[in-house]
Design a protein around this ligand. Structure first.
Ligand code: OFO
Length: 169
């Protein structure tokens, strides 16, 4: 059985993961507008992964006999100055999500909710990967900023990776 405190925190994390999905979709749409289809496909794949993160939490709450409470998803920002600024928005967001997951893990330990603490191990590892991937993509994008050739090469590379798995940049 979930404590009301943990249940509330997990529900808030569902909201945060769905917002992540929205943010990735907003970035995908922006890259589509820039005619950088590889970036767009890669961010769309990431958006789908974020939905999965939210749904995993949704099932954990239900499996533990808790009540899911879904809040409205906030509107994400819609425009960026250049590709690296758009990728940076995602990197900063992933850092914020890591902080939230760590706080959630601390809370689960404090509340003696061992099942939730173990469940969150997956998210802790996932955040290491998400941050590293976003950081790498940000640096690569910043590196080719101002070089249409470099940007198109990176875009082509992302097109090969984006469609199915999202994954590493
Ligand atoms: Fe859910 O990992 Fe990104 O935000």
């Amino acid at each position: 059985m979930l404590s009301p405190t943990i249940q509330k925190a997990l529900n808030e994390q569902i909201h945060a993961e769905f917002f992540s999905s929205y943010l990735y979709l907003a970035v995908a749409a922006w890259f589509n507008d820039q005619h950088l289809d590889g970036f767009a496909a890669w961010f769309e794949a990431q958006a789908k992964e974020e939905l999965e993160h939210g749904i995993k939490l949704f099932h954990h709450i239900m499996d533990r006999g808790g009540t899911v409470v879904l809040e409205a998803v906030d509107k994400p920002k819609a425009g960026w100055e250049n590709p690296s600024e758009a990728v940076k928005a995602v990197l900063e967001h992933e850092r914020y999500i890591t902080g939230r997951i760590n706080a959630l893990a601390d809370l689960a330990t404090k509340e003696n909710d061992h099942a939730t603490a173990v469940f969150l191990h997956w998210y802790i590892s996932e955040q290491v990967e998400e941050e590293a991937t976003a950081d790498r993509l940000f640096n690569q994008t910043a590196m080719v900023e101002g070089s249409p050739n470099g940007l198109l090469m990176l875009d082509r590379e992302l097109a090969g990776r984006g469609g199915s798995e999202g994954g590493e940049a």
